[in-house]
Design a binder for this molecule. Structure first.
Ligand code: THU
Length: 165
């Protein structure tokens, strides 16, 4: 028997202004996207922006449905749109933000478990870390160098023993 310790390193910034310029720009994109979310049921609007290696930014936001479970999170809308429109182009970073008219969000919103798995697929596919930048309406910003920090012991294509591109 042996114990395995997993080390995960996150960086916190006091506010958006303290972020490196590229991260700030991506947060602006996520904030432009959050206003267009379709979230009439939860009234919890989420915006995501995906930065590609070619400099293009793909935005996404949550898309809810009267049949609640079929709605999709902002992160997956954005990352799937990137995969659909720019297949083979590496994803460098994802910024996530949220807002609500019901309460004030003063802390970073982190991706749900399903989105962690979806983002991990692209890290694995393109063999490079995806930087994660998370912020609420106000307050501190949470940054991680890789989605793997949110999802240790990932299930990936390797487990299927297939060669994926
Ligand atoms: N949501 C996201 O879009 N991203 C997350 O990381 C967490 C949750 C959405 C799903 C649903 O439309 C609403 O937020 C409330 O759960």
């Amino acid at each position: 028997m042996k114990k395995v310790e997993i080390h995960s390193e996150f960086v916190e910034y006091g506010n958006v202004d303290e972020l490196p310029d590229d991260d700030q720009r991506l947060v602006v994109e996520a904030r432009l996207s959050v206003n267009k979310a379709y979230a009439p049921y939860s009234r919890f609007q989420v915006g995501a922006a995906v930065l590609l290696e070619n400099g293009i930014v793909m935005r996404g936001n949550n898309q809810e449905n009267a049949s609640y479970p079929i709605g999709l999170c902002a992160e997956r809308v954005a990352i799937f749109a990137a995969g659909a429109n720019y297949p083979g182009v590496k994803i460098k970073a994802v910024a996530i933000t949220a807002q609500s008219d019901l309460f004030h969000i003063d802390k970073p919103i982190t991706p749900c478990g399903a989105c962690r798995q979806a983002i991990a697929e692209y890290e694995h596919r393109y063999h490079g870390p995806i930087r994660m930048i998370m912020v609420g309406e106000t307050g501190k910003v949470l940054v991680a160098d890789s989605i793997s920090q949110f999802l240790p012991y990932q299930f990936t294509a390797d487990d299927l023993n297939l060669k994926r591109t």
